[in-house]
Design a protein around this ligand. Structure first.
Ligand SMILES: Cc1cc2nc3c(=O)[nH]c(=O)nc-3n(C[C@H](O)[C@H](O)[C@H](O)COP(=O)(O)OP(=O)(O)OC[C@H]3O[C@@H](n4cnc5c(N)ncnc54)[C@H](O)[C@@H]3O)c2cc1C
Length: 637
């Protein structure tokens, strides 16, 4: 298969404008003749559904929560990037573009990243116009703070609730269209398959999560804004419901999967405390603006933090990376935390934690300022860890947080199935091998508010589609598959819970395809996953029935997909014999322990084609070209 990224060429500053001009338009009066299915109501799906309806399309929108505004995006804490340069500290669209390409360790497309940086300006204007209550500084301008991988302050925020406030903005826009009758909303409805007819995405099969009813919905295009797949690791900072089912089932219908092994470990999470924990909690990266990360200089130092004198503390990020200090990107901060803990200098009971200390900031600024900036995060920490972070340092450790991989999409955000689009965290994204903090919200909203509403017209205007209904063989086949899998899961005579399998898979993934990987471990994981998957089908027990609210059944289907996806992630990680961004292969590192890329052999986006469960998928490669930001060893020193 030839991968055509459809990336424009020529001066980077004008690529998107010229590309847009070349796209076909649909006359406003004709738009209402077309139906677009949007799966997902997070920042990506919610903004896309509202925008497409505003343009005049008929939209059917789906989410599995009871309300669109409960999408996982609501959990985003820290902020959203935009190159407004309000602080006059040297920011520009070009600098955001540069930081993002470098931050992603040169594994993203320049054209996409430049467009993203450029659109960041419009996003803030749009959200302010919607009434999103961003923090302001004394003059009345919007305030900014810093996030990792940047030396400027470009992160807009609404306390520690930025995702919630942005999502309320998108939700209002969506509700307005629901009120106008241009969006039909289907909450508590899970997409379980994609309907492909004559090579085009024409619909989805869904299950009503309250009644169990299986139904098909048809449209002229399908948009997946279904989020990331970090929960393959069981323990992650993601909402418990986040899953890969929509993108995975689209993958099985022909959409190539891009860079599945590119996962992000966030350095500042509340550490794991026991075997039976089911969720990890993020402490926002914004805390690294004022918190200082350290461990004791000595191994196995059991003294409380307050009794360790300054001279016996190692502020290892400030020491190793003097120019970026505590604000190095996430992959670098995470690896360093692991390194000091591996040396035996970790803190707390498990020794798998480092300190994030606000003592100096509180001394400099006063408790009231720290409370104003991070109050809700401090409260959350105290509730979970049982320690007061105003008095003693937080204990933090890296955890799975975000997935840069996802469905491969071209510059128009279309997957390899014509008419199927993927937006937000569901696509393989503009972040390369490592996402910079506060850039996911930017990308989700760029995709939903600004990119997709332009590019989808071109497909609609240039594609002649026949009418479809539920009698079509492809529809009957997709529905039969969904019904069959549901019945198989419910009728299984096993004895083990879905969660116990999920936990086992997650541990395997964390141990062998987590913060660092090596060929031996990946091969071991690849030898174990198929057996565990087969055992799952033999031994899983799903309680309840199929015609009622049944969360055990919902989970069972999602975990089934995680098993298949996990195998692809390990394969992709094994295939990529280099370290880049969050993909740290122990065999490939510089003498200082930094990621060592191999641009000669691996400067490509991997796009995998499904060949059946248990069969080796085909690898396609999209070569990456860098005309503006020339690949170099990333340095944050
Ligand atoms: C704790 C936390 C804090 C974060 N903080 C920040 C931050 O400060 N800044 C930043 O830039 N990023 C942050 N991120 C990342 C960011 O929140 C996510 O990447 C982003 O919100 C994803 O948005 P999305 O619209 O792509 O998907 P989501 O918000 O995950 O939405 C997915 C939607 O798809 C629906 N869906 C999924 N599957 C199906 C299905 N099969 N059928 C029907 N519906 C389905 C869901 O119901 C939901 O509506 C954070 C992430 C976490 C975990």
């Amino acid at each position: 298969m030839e991968l055509d990224s459809k990336c424009p060429t020529g001066p980077i500053e004008t690529r998107w404008d010229r590309h847009k001009f070349g796209l076909k338009l649909v006359n406003p009066a004709n738009k209402r003749k077309y139906t677009i299915l949007v799966v997902g109501t997070g920042l990506a799906g919610g903004s896309a559904a509202a925008s497409l309806a505003e343009l005049g399309y008929n939209v059917k929108c789906f989410c599995f929560q009871d309300s669109p505004r409960r999408a996982h995006s609501i959990a985003a804490q820290g902020g959203i990037n935009a190159a407004k340069n309000y602080h006059n500290d040297g920011d520009s669209v070009y600098r955001l573009f540069y930081d993002t390409v470098k931050g992603g360790d040169f594994r993203a497309r320049e054209s996409n990243v430049y467009r993203l940086a450029d659109i960041s300006l419009d996003i803030i204007d749009q959200c302010v116009a919607q009434g999103v209550p961003f923090a302001r500084e004394y003059s009345g301008y919007l305030d900014n703070r810093s996030f990792g991988g940047a030396q400027v302050s470009r992160t807009f925020y609404a306390r520690g609730q930025t995702g919630q406030q942005l999502l309320l903005g998108a939700y209002q826009a969506l509700e307005r269209q629901i009120g106008l009758g241009t969006v039909s909303m289907f909450p508590r409805t899970e997409m379980l398959d994609l309907i492909v007819i004559d090579g085009h995405a024409r619909g989805i099969v869904t299950r009503n999560l309250l009644t169990g009813k299986i139904e098909s919905h048809f449209g002229d295009a399908v948009v997946l804004g279904t989020g990331g797949y970090g929960n393959v690791y069981y323990l992650s900072t993601n909402a418990k419901g986040s899953n890969a089912t929509a993108i995975w089932r689209a993958h099985k219908r022909g959409a190539l999967f891009g860079n599945p092994c590119f996962t992000q470990i966030h350095p500042t999470c509340i550490p794991v405390s026991g075997e039976y924990q089911s969720k990890l909690t993020l402490m926002s990266e914004s805390l690294r603006n004022d918190g200082r990360v350290w461990v004791p200089l000595k191994k196995d130092d059991t003294r409380p933090a307050s009794q360790i004198p300054e001279a016996e503390r190692d502020y290892y990020l400030e020491r190793r990376y003097p120019s970026f200090g505590n604000l190095v990107p996430r992959d670098v901060a995470s690896r360093n935390a692991k390194m000091v803990c591996d040396e035996g200098r970790g803190v707390g009971e498990t020794k798998l934690a480092v300190y994030l200390d606000f003592r100096d900031a509180i001394g400099r600024l006063g408790t009231h300022v720290i409370k104003e900036r991070y109050g809700n995060l401090f409260d959350m920490y105290e509730r979970i860890a049982g320690e007061d972070p105003y008095r003693q340092p937080m204990r933090i450790y890296p955890a799975i947080h975000y997935t840069m991989g996802g469905l491969w999409v071209d510059y128009n955000l279309m997957t390899t199935i014509p008419g199927l689009y993927a937006i937000g965290e569901a696509n393989f994204s503009d972040h390369g091998a490592n996402r910079l903090g506060a850039s996911a919200l930017m990308q989700g909203l760029a995709d939903g508010y600004f990119v997709l509403p332009n590019t989808i017209n071109d497909y609609v205007a240039s594609t002649k589609l026949d009418k479809v209904d539920s009698t079509h063989a492809a529809v009957r086949d997709a529905e039969a598959q969904v019904t069959g899998t549901t019945a198989k899961l419910l009728n299984n005579k096993g004895t083990r819970s879905v969660d116990s399998f999920h936990r086992e898979l997650g541990k395997l993934m964390w141990d062998y395809c987590g913060m660092s990987r090596n060929a031996e471990g990946l091969k071991l994981a690849l030898s174990k996953i198929p057996g565990l998957r087969e055992q799952y089908w033999r031994e899983v027990k799903v309680l309840g029935s199929g015609d009622e609210l049944n969360q055990s059944l919902e989970k069972a289907g999602r975990v089934r997909d995680f098993f298949e996806l996990a195998e692809l992630m390990c394969l992709d990680a094994l295939e990529r014999n280099e370290s880049c961004g969050g993909h740290f292969r122990e065999e490939y590192q510089t003498p200082e322990g930094e990621a060592a890329r191999d641009d000669e052999h691996y400067s490509y986006a991997a796009a995998w084609e499904f060949r059946g469960v248990g069969n080796r998928p085909d690898l396609h490669k999209e070569a990456l070209n860098f005309e503006y930001v020339h690949p170099a060893q990333r340095s944050y020193k």
